[in-house]
Design a protein around this ligand. Sequence first.
Ligand code: PLP
Length: 341
Amino acid sequence: MEKKNIDWENLGFGYYKTDKRYVSNFKDGKWDSGCITEDSMVTISECAGVIHYCQTCFEGMKAYTTQDGHVVVFRPDLNAQRMYDSAVRLEIPPFPVERFIDAVEQVVKANLEFVPPYGTGAALYLRPVMFATGPVMGVKPAQEYQFRIFASPVGPYFKKGGASSLVLKVSDFDRSAPHGTGHIKAGLNYAMSLHPIVKAHDEGFNENMYLDPQTRTKVEETGGANFFFVTADNTVVTPKSPSILPSITRRSLMSLAENLGYKVEEREVYLSELSEFVECGLCGTAAVISPVGKVNDHGKEILFKNSQNGMGPVSKKLYDTLTGIQFGRIEGPEGWVRQII
Ligand SMILES: *Cc1c(COP(=O)(O)O)cnc(C)c1O
């Protein structure tokens, strides 16, 4: 199969319009049969629920070309279930898990020419999204919705020379509320994170470190990635909280860490104990792991000595293992890699 003539290595992370997408609409109490379409535009009522009350959620995942030339997606069942849970919390009729996985396969198969070749470090990013298309004036769930998955090739997150370490600030804003929506992938969580991230960038920081909204003493996550930390004796620790978004990358890394023989802990992590860790990383689909070198807590700097200049040894080991599984160089746990072709 011919690939599109794209400079894969130099693609960034942005919207690159591909040929085909999957669309299913919810009307009269049910999801229609859904199909692949070439229409990249969405036309909805000016009174659509998504526009006024932000009734929308999304997912993010990638399709990879493996070393032996297959095209695979990583744990799509977890994205399907997470989107199901997001929809339920937002009173959006959930899209069945099995149908979600089938739609992912259809979109990847319909856009094979856009799946970056093995060795470029690039991948085909998939963006499932659900939103209220039906009109609402009073505050209530809409009657009509759309489920859509489109694809966009994205470049390697780290350009040649590898990952440089991020500098974070402890934010005075919260990304979630106690008993709120921090644990689901809702558009509304991102709308209110834009102001804090723009401010953090203006001040010269890469990301915000958000604290637990109830006591503001414990570490939660950044705007779009979970944390893990490594202790001096190689224990891998990740924060536990009901308002953290359950990252599939983080859950996968923690389970690999355990298989690799590291001690792992998912527990509350206090801001006051950060100085005891020697490595810090952010995890998410986009970068897998981004090393964190420093956290600035209102002028007080906390340094992670082994992740000052790129990933520390434990992060690197976890990164190589997970990306090895995704690109088919290492056999992963049963069911993690779903072969499309
Ligand atoms: C999507 C997301 C993540 C990362 O999740 P992955 O499944 O690993 O991509 C982390 N935090 C937030 C707030 C997110 O929205």
